[in-house]
Design a protein around this ligand. Structure first.
Ligand SMILES: [Cu+2]
Length: 466
């Protein structure tokens, strides 16, 4: 649990800083009990607004082995084979993600469920529990930056600090729960592999062997304050055009703060006639959330699709698709498969899209780098549009302030090609929609009640706003 300080209408921070704390089932550092040898199943949900948790279960006694996290389900879908992480190997849980883990208690003693330092680069972790001999720490193991810069007390190290700065401060690792192992031994076994095949989803073989009906590319982009962008040399080719479009008038006269976008990455615009470099102009689609239209007009029930979601920024964005799970096949373009080439894809409905791939000399991206000069992070997945999901819903970044600032898109599943999704836009306020939703016992389809302020921008933009 955390939150930001009050923000005034002029964009400045006011009032006392927010309190920062993590709770587990509503309690700060609760004590759980296990018997020696006992196996328990924990369903872990990261309900923070935007923090990466890097979970380990360590012994409270020096030199004593901790307990491993054994992942048996991801976002409520049982995995084919248990992911057996060793006691010091962090399981990254992005905002909104769920993992079911089996824990086998060892010798009597005290163990601590902790989240490790995500900021200094001291911990290199992957977005997924996938491990193999080529990737013993997982694919794309890197800093999984977490945001506490507006909170108090800030866990140390905050961004840009090092563990050596942390003496006497509230610091990582932060203990989320204490596990006391005592009592009569109860020797239980972890579940044997393979685990039961989940029902209600196409088989992994079907998902991988079907030729996709569509291949799409989506990108998370972040255009910050103009000054910040000059400082970080991180102007994306699309930012200038969007800066001009979403100007102070768009924001009701308020100063420009931030653009958080989820875009069709195949909508690349045109070269700027004034400058062949950047920014480009004349994109066809919205970058910010547009409740009046879906990002893609041709997502059809019963179809199989392959998507790659890119991240052109310095921190992770947890991608979340409503309604249909996604089968992750690649992270940063690297296939999830054994040395022998056996695919080991993962079902998720939420997964961090890794940040840009940092320069080798600066693996933690601790120095400002130009995001344009390094490969974007990415996840690639197959998905199946179950016909029961005909209608409209959203896909978005699960960092809540990103989503609220526009990093979200409407998704429509059509019953057939060119047949409308059946989603009805209306002008009611949210309260009216909720009333109708309750009255209809959940069968009412929600699209949007938002009033658009956007307007078309002419094709002649040649002077970049940034
Ligand atoms: Cu985000």
């Amino acid at each position: 649990m955390d939150g930001g300080p009050t923000v005034a209408r002029d964009g400045s921070f006011t009032g006392p800083p927010s309190r920062f704390s993590y709770t587990t089932n509503g309690v700060a550092n609760p004590t759980l009990h296990m018997r020696p040898g006992e196996v328990q199943r924990w369903r872990l949900l990261n309900a923070t607004d935007g923090d990466n948790l890097q979970l380990v279960l360590v012994s409270n006694e020096k030199g004593k082995e901790g307990l491993g996290l054994n992942v048996v389900a991801m976002d409520a879908i049982t995995v084919p084979e248990t992911y057996r992480l060793t006691s010091g190997d962090p399981l990254v849980i992005g905002p909104g993600q769920r993992y079911d883990v089996m824990i086998k208690a060892g010798q009597p003693g005290t163990y601590l469920l902790q989240t490790r330092d995500p900021n200094s680069g001291a911990v290199q972790a992957s977005v997924s529990p996938y491990r193999d001999s080529n990737f013993p720490k997982g694919i794309g193991a890197s800093t999984r930056v977490s945001r506490h810069s507006n909170d108090f007390p800030v866990p140390c190290p905050a961004l840009g600090e090092h563990l050596s700065d942390c003496a006497g401060k509230f610091s990582y690792p932060v203990t989320l729960a204490t596990i006391e192992v005592y009592g009569r031994a109860k020797d239980m076994d972890l579940p044997a592999d393979p685990l039961p095949t989940p029902k209600g989803l196409p088989s992994i073989d079907t998902m991988l062997s079907r030729t996709p009906d569509a291949v799409r590319n989506v990108v998370f982009e972040l255009c910050g304050k103009v000054d910040d962008f000059k400082k970080f040399a991180a102007n994306l080719p699309s930012c200038g055009w969007y800066f001009a479009k979403y100007d102070a008038a768009y924001w009701g006269g308020l100063p420009f703060n931030d653009l958080q976008m989820m875009r069709d990455a195949d909508d690349v615009g045109q070269p700027n006639p004034g400058s062949q470099d950047m920014p480009r102009v004349n994109f066809k689609k919205e970058g910010l959330f547009d409740p009046t239209q879906p990002l893609f007009p041709d997502m059809i029930a019963g179809n199989y699709e392959e998507w790659t979601v890119y991240n052109r920024s310095l921190s992770d964005h947890p991608f979340h698709l409503h309604q249909n799970h996604v089968l992750i096949t690649k992270i940063n373009g690297i296939p999830l498969q054994s040395k022998e080439g056996v695919p080991r894809p993962e079902w998720h409905d939420t997964l961090n899209v890794p940040a840009i791939v940092c320069p080798t000399k600066d693996p933690g991206c601790t120095n400002p780098v130009n995001v344009n000069n390094f490969p974007p992070g990415s996840i690639t997945f197959r998905t199946y549009f179950n016909p029961v999901t005909v209608g409209c819903f959203v896909a978005h970044c699960h960092t809540l302030d990103h989503e609220d600032l526009g990093m979200m898109q409407r998704m429509d599943i059509l019953p057939a090609k060119d047949a409308p999704s059946g989603c009805v836009l209306d002008g009611d306020h949210a309260a009216g929609i909720v009333e109708r939703l309750l009255a209809s016992r959940g069968s009412f389809q929600i699209c949007s009640a938002a009033v658009r302020q956007s307007r078309p921008i002419s094709g002649g933009l040649t002077s970049p706003a940034n």
